[in-house]
Design a binder for this molecule. Structure first.
Ligand SMILES: [Zn+2]
Length: 81
């Protein structure tokens, strides 16, 4: 597993910024995952927009958690890309 998220957060910290993270329950443990920003197409539509998490690091391309995303069932409101 790469360390890109920590390295990018270190650079962003000087600007009071960090990457957004969503938490998923995987095999009885809480795992923080990088999320891709999403928004509603129609702001008056029902519900919240889906949460999207990448299966590969957007900075170096390495599979996140060794491709574990492929076996994680999607919870309602979450999609892996
Ligand atoms: Zn990376």
């Amino acid at each position: 597993m790469c360390d890109c998220r920590s390295e990018v957060n270190q650079h962003l910290c000087a600007h009071n910024t960090r990457l957004s993270t969503a938490f998923s329950c995987v095999e009885n443990r809480l795992v923080g995952r990088l999320i891709v920003a999403t928004e509603k197409i129609d702001s008056r539509g029902k519900g919240r927009p889906l949460i999207v998490t990448p299966s590969y690091c957007p900075f170096c391309g390495e599979a996140i958690d060794g491709g574990a995303n492929k076996i994680i069932p999607l919870s309602q409101g979450e999609a892996h890309v």
